[in-house]
Design a binder for this molecule. Structure first.
Ligand code: AP5
Ligand code: MG
Length: 192
């Protein structure tokens, strides 16, 4: 099963992806985490993207597409991926469809976690004290939310037409959301 998980910054994409990956033996593919790893490891790519990430903008479609192809093309992860934070623009939707076709795969479920801007601000300011993500200041979190509204919300409209999209209330507790997502996954026929 391949799953796409959407939601604004702080919605719980990473938290829920980790849980689903463990429970269903899938692999969490977080483009944000992959990009942060490049910065942490001081790679050439990392130095190119750090100012973009730390300003709350999206890095180029090409860069992200190259990163995710490494996973989509790897048989170990075939039909076992959770896309956390990808696709984030209509161009990325097309890239993803092309890559999935190329490697004979498909998306089975698209989850959208909804949370308010107030909740986002609260969660991100709490996380800032623990994880020290450079893009977790309130100002940049608001910028990331704006980027999400401008670039990513049109992607959700696109998936609305596909019947794969399910909305999940991201404002409740982590464990309640776990249960809701598990029920959605379990309801998909032919999946064990
Ligand atoms: P990315 O890393 O994806 O950041 P994001 O979308 O801003 O989302 P976050 O990781 O901040 O939040 P989350 O939804 O994962 O929430 P989490 O589970 O951590 O992207 C970062 C940057 O990379 C982008 O801005 C962009 O520059 C670049 N990038 C990434 N992908 C890209 C792409 N495809 N194209 C181009 N550029 C790309 O939860 C947040 C906090 O809340 C945690 O502390 C958690 O413990 C807590 N929490 C979670 N759920 C709950 C709950 N239900 N109740 C209470 N607390 C909760
Ligand atoms: Mg995340």
């Amino acid at each position: 099963m391949n799953i796409v998980i959407f939601g604004p910054p702080g919605a719980g994409k990473g938290t829920q992806s980790k849980f689903i990956a463990q429970k269903y033996n899938l692999f969490q593919l977080s483009t944000g985490e992959l990009l942060r790893k490049e910065i942490k490891n001081k790679t050439e790519l990392g130095s190119k993207i750090s100012s973009i990430i730390n300003s709350g903008e999206l890095v180029s479609d090409n860069i992200v597409s190259n990163l995710i192809e490494k996973f989509i093309s790897n048989d170990i992860y075939k039909q076992r991926l959770i896309f956390d934070g990808y696709p984030r623009s209509l161009a990325q939707v097309r890239n993803l469809e092309n890559l999935l076709n190329k490697y004979n795969q498909k998306i089975d479920l698209v989850l959208k976690l909804s949370v308010s801007l107030d909740t986002i601000k609260k969660r991100i300011s709490e996380r800032k004290t623990q994880e020290k993500r450079l893009d977790d200041s309130e100002e940049i979190a608001i910028k990331r939310f704006k980027t999400y509204e401008d670039s990513t919300e049109p992607v959700i409209d696109y998936y609305k037409k596909s019947n794969l999209l399910k909305f999940v209330n991201g404002e409740t507790t982590i464990s309640k959301i776990n249960v809701e997502i598990s029920d959605l996954i379990d309801s998909i026929k032919g999946w064990h």
